[in-house]
Design a protein around this ligand. Structure first.
Ligand code: URA
Length: 217
């Protein structure tokens, strides 16, 4: 089975799982099954529920514009949410809803196996980095402790739409993505060659880019 088929199978499993909370449409996610960049939001809103597609409302338009304006193609990335059904009245997802949907997100991530994960907003950020604070840590590169994934949290695009500071940080984060990806490649390469070098390279990067030291290596 290729990755696309595996994802399709997982989607069917989710549709059949009657224990999952929330009864609106399943918004599984979309994009390239072998994407280098995986964006993860909170939960679908009204428009996403209607179209069964992630990030197609107002904040989605901003996200998709940023993707296109920074040399990426929507078809090359993968976009999904931590909770895959719309909470009533667009309220925040509840901790127990996140808990129930988490195992499916974990499987989805493992199938895609992206080079970098961009959680959008604090809910999906805290899935990888329980201690992180979105205003303090957005735009920084982390290595998630358990899974080892490289993670750059960003503001949720809805927050970027509400204020200039968040919008500027959101735009800046996108501009930096290619540089961060290049750095991950270098770190991986030197880690593969020689453990010590990788450590030094990562340390240089930490110092020059204010990456949170505790979490990266
Ligand atoms: N907000 C999210 O977190 N996800 C969506 O898919 C849409 C809006």
């Amino acid at each position: 089975m290729n990755r696309g088929e595996e994802l399709e199978k997982l989607k069917k499993e989710m549709l059949a799982d009657k224990k999952l909370p929330l009864k609106t449409n399943l918004v599984f996610g979309e994009g390239n099954a072998g994407a280098e960049i995986l964006f993860i939001g909170e939960a679908p809103g009204a428009e996403e529920d209607k179209q069964k597609r992630p990030f197609v409302g107002r904040s989605g338009q901003l996200l998709r514009r940023m993707i296109r304006e920074n040399g990426l193609k929507e078809e090359d990335v993968y976009i999904t949410n931590i909770v895959k059904r719309r909470p009533p009245e667009n309220r925040d997802p509840l901790p127990e809803e996140i808990e129930k949907y988490k195992p499916y997100l974990a499987k989805q991530i493992a199938m895609i196996n992206p080079k970098i994960i961009v959680p959008l907003g604090r809910f999906s950020m805290n899935y990888f980095l329980p201690e992180a604070k979105i205003t303090r840590d957005q735009g920084k590169l982390f290595r998630a402790e358990e899974s080892g994934y490289y993670v750059v949290p960003m503001f949720h695009p809805a927050a970027a739409l509400r204020g200039t500071t968040a919008l500027n940080a959101f735009k800046e984060g996108f501009k930096n993505l290619p540089k961060i990806i290049k750095k991950i490649d270098e770190i991986k390469l030197s880690l593969g060659n020689k453990k010590e070098n990788g450590g030094k390279l990562a340390k240089d990067f930490i110092q020059s880019n204010k990456v949170n030291q505790g979490k990266l290596f």
